[in-house]
Design a protein around this ligand. Structure first.
Ligand SMILES: Cc1ncc(COP(=O)(O)O)c(C=O)c1O
Length: 629
């Protein structure tokens, strides 16, 4: 980048290249040593590399998931503060209630941190299954002001548990998603003698842009349409329970990049709210679900990987639209949002080391060929000489044809292995020359290095594979040095999908990422950022790579850091157990096999012992790559 403008490379150029200021939301900067650092609200700064070193010194290994507690705390504060400001600006009379949807990150450590940091704002929880409800009930005392929103399909057990929570004093809202669920809910409420607080989830006709567009519009699978909503009102009226209907719920999708879509959704929902009041429902709350986006690409745009608004603008848009759409004489509802991604995404990052690099470039280009060299090799060398003078895309096209010819000569047996290798080298030399001379992104992708990372896409970044999600990927060190390589990143799994090859670089979508050439005696760490939302529990154990180690860190005001919590990643035995193997039985089996080999004289008793020790140590070890020292 700076090269192109003949300017010296600076950390600011690195920040531009990797979009750090855009996606980092003020939490990440480059320090004076070219290291990527986490920065707190109190301006304390710690290099992420130092945190990784600290974790390794304490016995952990890469890949490592780092959770930065200060970031989570700050995101909760910022969201709350944004609504407080917007409410004051518009002299709005309702209050704001933030609710964390547990599905976005169910980890005990994360949920308990949210409850702890969110306590001053009565931050509540949203549960969408029995397991999530169970954890939400045990997470906070029942007599607080925090809300507990119950979404999803609810069977009798789910409903009964929610009703008991209500009885205990928890401020539970049963959000009705379907009429069948309503019947069961009323039956159980009657049986237990409880008048629950109810919500109605509606389908908004508004269709939003972004990756989760299917969650919105008429054909979304959740919620009631206007006919079903009328039926719900009539049923409640018949049961004399219209006073129980207190909340209107809508969720237009996750990661909504455009503020205009959010405004349109709020306007649409407010009409329903008004009509529910007119029908005689008690109401009081309006819940906009999730959707508050984060800027994975750092471009502040309405691209699906970005968002064109700030937290403050989001809050202001909701409050302003509600104020404008609801008549002055109506009581203004309390506002609930279920922002998950926006609360937790920034707080977690995955750190892995690069364990190997494959280059796609000529190893040794000959100056001359033997007099009896195959014609195809002569043509290749001549093409290379032309390309040195003015290599254009036409040279690359010819090189591709010649490479085809080279490969078929090898198949026919008219050239040997060494001649083929020579021809492949010449091909790469031509391609490299063309790439140097003209900006051809496809060619750059063809010649990109492969950096092999010590991690699993399927375990740690499932959304990159499943839905083509972008995450910022940045080296943790050497940001004061211009990256000279272009690379894609392959993971440890033996799967061609196990790779990262979509990046936002300098604000543009690219298939390769500029990186530094790793140095021989120095670990080269890459961080994948903003992965606190959804990734931690959606991942799977493809190739039996298990959970990574997790280290939770708090940055102190004096610029030091403290490791707060450590969770060991899965061992080999753990992942085998999850697919129903019994490590003890496996050891017993290996003992028997080895004993048979001792008896038949294939191995000695000492070798048997050595082999079994190795087997047991492997079962207890981390599932990821261990660098040999
Ligand atoms: C009902 C509901 N609420 C909240 C969320 C969280 O959304 P987000 O992560 O966009 O904040 C979701 C996620 O899809 C959801 O389905």
């Amino acid at each position: 980048m700076s090269d192109r403008h003949n300017q010296p490379w600076t950390p600011a150029a690195a920040a531009d290249l990797y979009g750090i200021d855009g996606w980092g939301a003020g939490f990440f900067t480059i320090d004076n040593h070219g290291n990527l650092a986490v920065t707190t609200r109190q301006r304390a700064k710690v290099a992420l590399k130092d945190i990784v070193t600290g974790a390794l010194e304490r016995g952990h290994a890469t890949p490592l998931l780092l959770r930065i507690e200060n970031i989570l705390e700050e995101r909760i504060r910022q969201l709350q503060h944004s609504f407080t400001q917007a409410i004051a600006t518009h002299a709005y009379t309702g209050s704001y209630h933030g609710v964390f949807p547990v599905k976005v990150n169910q980890h005990q450590q994360v949920v308990s941190e949210i409850i702890r940091c969110g306590a001053p704002y009565a931050c509540g929880l949203e549960a969408g299954s029995k397991a999530e409800l169970a954890l939400a009930l045990a997470a906070a005392p029942p007599d607080g002001d925090d809300l507990l929103i119950l979404n999803g399909y609810k069977d009798r057990q789910f409903i009964d548990l929610g009703l008991w929570a209500h009885k205990l004093g928890r401020r539970c809202f049963f959000v009705v998603e379907s009429l069948s669920e309503l019947h069961l809910l009323l039956t159980r409420a009657l049986a237990l003698g409880i008048r629950p607080r109810l919500g109605a989830r509606i389908k908004l006709a508004v269709k939003v842009a972004g990756m989760w567009t299917e969650t919105s519009g008429d054909r979304s699978s959740f919620g009631l349409d206007s006919r079903q909503l009328v039926a719900m009102i009539d049923i409640l009226r018949r049961h004399n329970m219209l006073d129980c209907l207190q909340l209107l719920h809508c969720h237009m999708g996750s990661q909504i990049p455009s503020l205009n879509d959010i405004r349109a959704g709020v306007r649409a929902a407010s009409h329903y709210y008004r009509h529910l009041l007119a029908e005689g429902a008690a109401m009081g709350y309006i819940d906009f679900g999730g959707g508050l986006a984060v800027d994975y690409g750092g471009t502040a745009s309405d691209a699906s990987y970005s968002c064109n608004y700030t937290l403050a603008e989001y809050a202001d848009a909701i409050v302003a639209e509600l104020s404008a759409c609801l008549d002055d004489e109506l009581p203004q509802p309390h506002i609930v949002t279920e922002s998950g991604r926006a609360l937790v995404a920034h707080a977690s990052l995955l750190v892995f080391d690069v364990i190997d690099v494959a280059h796609f470039e000529a190893v040794a280009v000959p100056q001359h060929l033997d007099h009896d060299a195959a014609p195809v090799l002569r043509q290749m060398l001549s093409l290379y000489r032309q390309a040195l003078i003015s290599g254009g895309t036409e040279h690359y096209a010819t090189a591709l044809q010649l490479r085809e010819e080279l490969r078929s000569c090898f198949q026919r047996g008219t050239i040997n292995l060494r001649q083929r290798a020579l021809g492949e080298d010449l091909f790469l030399a031509v391609a490299q020359q063309v790439a140097n001379n003209c900006a051809a992104p496809e060619l750059r992708a063809q010649l990109a290095d492969i950096y092999y990372g010590n991690f699993s896409v399927f375990q740690s970044l499932p959304d990159t594979w499943a839905i083509g999600q972008y995450f910022p990927v940045v080296p943790l060190q050497r940001l004061d040095e211009q990256p000279q390589r272009e690379a894609i990143i392959a993971d440890l799994t033996c799967d061609c999908d196990g790779k990262l090859d979509s990046f936002i670089v300098g604000g543009q979508q690219r298939t390769t990422l500029p990186l530094h050439q790793p140095l021989p005696d120095e670990a080269y760490y890459l961080g994948v950022f903003m992965m606190g939302a959804y990734q931690e529990t959606l991942g799977d154990i493809h190739n039996l790579f298990g959970d990574t180690h997790i280290v939770s860190v708090r940055i102190n005001d004096d610029g030091s850091f403290a490791i707060q919590q450590e969770i060991d990643g899965d061992s080999v035995a753990d992942v085998l157990h999850s697919v129903h193997y019994d490590a003890r039985q496996m050891v017993a089996q290996m003992r028997t096999f080895a004993e048979q080999q001792v008896r038949s004289g294939h191995i000695t008793v000492a070798q048997r012992r050595q082999m079994l020790e190795q087997f047991c140590s492997c079962l207890n070890d981390y599932t990821y790559y261990r660098t040999t020292i």
